[in-house]
Design a protein around this ligand. Structure first.
Ligand code: ADP
Ligand code: MG
Length: 259
């Protein structure tokens, strides 16, 4: 094979943006000749490499765009420590079918039981399956909607939060939301209703959401839409953070409440 031909192939590969094949071309040609690979095996091998490289890049890009606070996976979640979680439910959620159907997931439980860990881990599954995902905490989300409203940009902001196929809103209820914020939050929830999936986390049970949103009518309207097509995971257990402190000898065992 002439070097002019190699140069021409490289030019074509650059034009087609098949960069992984470009970097493997010469060594793959040599290998193919040495092992008398069939044409189909040769082409299949190169195309598989290119697809793997493109998938990896897309996942990395979507992960960066999602703005996760950390990267945690389902594989690193210790289900034995949290027996109140139905592992089958989490396995089903890991298929991402709920995203395709525009359904919601609500993770409830006290601090430290793994709500954010699971929300991020499901977000990573979503990103891997090709879904555009956005992670935010409730307070910055409400602040951003309130600011956008004051600056006459609320439409644009609502559209932004509706673009992601999966929107994760962490920590609902840590700080009460004012009436205006609750109205804007309701608008977002209504827009996404049956169209885009949500994962919400909260340390408050649904009966306490009236207090979070300061208005029972709005709280009911929000819950009505969120819960219509949804899976709730109610985590009742000890804080994993405390378990780690016990292990490190920072506190004594009895300080952990029995489950
Ligand atoms: P929450 O959001 O419920 O307050 P987090 O998800 O932030 O709790 O969990 C606190 C810390 O403990 C995180 O570092 C998380 O990765 C870890 N963690 C919580 N539960 C588990 C678990 N069952 N297995 C492994 N790590 C866990
Ligand atoms: Mg959390």
């Amino acid at each position: 094979m002439s070097s002019a031909q190699i140069e021409r192939m490289q030019e074509h590969l650059r034009h087609l943006r098949l960069h992984r094949i470009g970097s493997l071309l010469e060594s793959s040609l040599e290998e193919a000749a040495k092992h008398s690979l069939s044409y189909s095996d040769f082409l299949d091998g190169l195309l598989t490499q290119e697809v793997a490289s493109k998938t990896e890049k897309n996942v990395a890009m979507r992960t960066a765009m999602a703005r996760f606070p950390f990267v945690k996976t389902l594989e690193s979640f210790d289900f034995a420590f949290q027996p109140s979680i139905d592992k089958k439910k989490i396995k089903e959620l890991a298929t991402c079918r709920y995203i395709a159907n525009g359904e919601n997931v609500i993770l409830l439980g006290p601090p430290g039981v793994g709500k954010t860990h699971l929300a991020v881990a499901l977000g990573i599954k979503a990103v891997t399956e090709g879904y555009r995902t956005c992670f935010t905490q409730a307070m910055p989300l409400i602040a951003s909607l309130t600011r956008a409203y004051a600056e006459n940009r609320i439409e644009e902001r609502l559209k932004f939060y509706c673009q992601a196929k999966l929107l994760i809103i962490d920590e609902i209820g840590y700080v009460p939301i004012d009436r205006h914020g609750a109205h804007l939050f309701f608008q977002l929830i209504s827009r996404r209703y049956e169209k885009g999936a949500l994962i919400l986390t909260s340390n408050h049970s649904f009966s306490q959401w009236n207090e979070i949103f300061g208005d029972p009518v709005i709280a009911t309207a929000i819950l009505d839409r969120i819960l219509h097509h949804s899976t709730t995971i109610n985590i009742k257990g000890n804080s994993y953070r405390l378990k780690e402190k016990v292990k490190a000898g920072l506190i004594r065992e009895p300080e952990i409440e029995p489950s």
